[in-house]
Design a protein around this ligand. Structure first.
Ligand code: GLN
Length: 205
């Protein structure tokens, strides 16, 4: 391996300042999220069983296939540990199937209901620049792959972006969901948001 390809090692004293971020890794594009988080200097743990959540300071629920992911969560007994993490105020980022996982019909962590495969009869996939409230730095490029929309939501959920009248991004407290993939475009701002929330939470404790 060329020296330039090697990840810089984290000096022992630095660990306290580097967030430990879990990425749910049962199925889907968790590796893309892990790459972004690694690039941003986070320590990343692939979450497959409850013990992987120990010490996690932020969590990503990736895109993929929400039915398969739900079966995996049930099989591994992850639902209650994931809920406990959210109750504890650990910031969460859900993308696409990850958005579906947080809705009232799945983990029930956000007061919203997602409609799966919401974009047209052909379940079309497309890219778009999304104007997103609360995200500094202009529109974010999103890739929509059989993407859900937020069909209904309660008062605690703030819709941050819409496409063709479909709600595609929202926040409830420290939980942020988007129905698109930004981890595939090189735009790291959603992950930066997650790490900032984790740092703020650590500063409060
Ligand atoms: N359509 C998928 C589902 O229902 C989500 C697609 C995605 O995550 N890119 O789970």
């Amino acid at each position: 391996m060329a020296a330039a390809d090697r990840q810089p090692s984290t000096p022992a004293g630095e660990q306290g300042r580097t967030a430990l971020v879990g990425v749910l890794a049962l199925q889907g594009d968790f590796e893309a999220h892990a790459r972004v988080l690694g690039r941003l200097g986070a320590r990343v743990v692939a979450v497959r069983v409850p013990a992987d959540l120990d010490g996690v300071q932020a969590l990503v629920l990736p895109g993929g296939e929400s039915t398969t992911m739900t079966l995996g969560v049930e099989r591994e007994g992850l639902a209650e540990p994931l809920r406990a993490l959210a109750r504890d105020g650990v910031p969460l980022l859900g993308s696409c199937a990850g958005l579906i996982m947080l809705d009232s019909e799945h983990l029930g962590l956000m007061d919203m209901r997602a409609d799966r495969n919401a974009f047209g009869r052909q379940i079309r996939s497309f890219e778009a620049d999304i104007e997103m409230d609360e995200l500094p730095g202009g529109p974010i490029r999103g890739i929509f792959i059989r993407a859900p929309q937020i069909a209904e939501h309660g008062p605690e959920v703030r819709i941050l972006a819409t496409v063709e009248g479909h709600a595609v991004a929202a926040r409830q407290g420290d939980m942020l969901v988007v129905s698109f993939h930004s981890e595939l475009t090189g735009d790291d701002r959603l992950h930066v948001w997650l790490l900032q929330r984790a740092a703020e939470r650590r500063a409060r404790r």
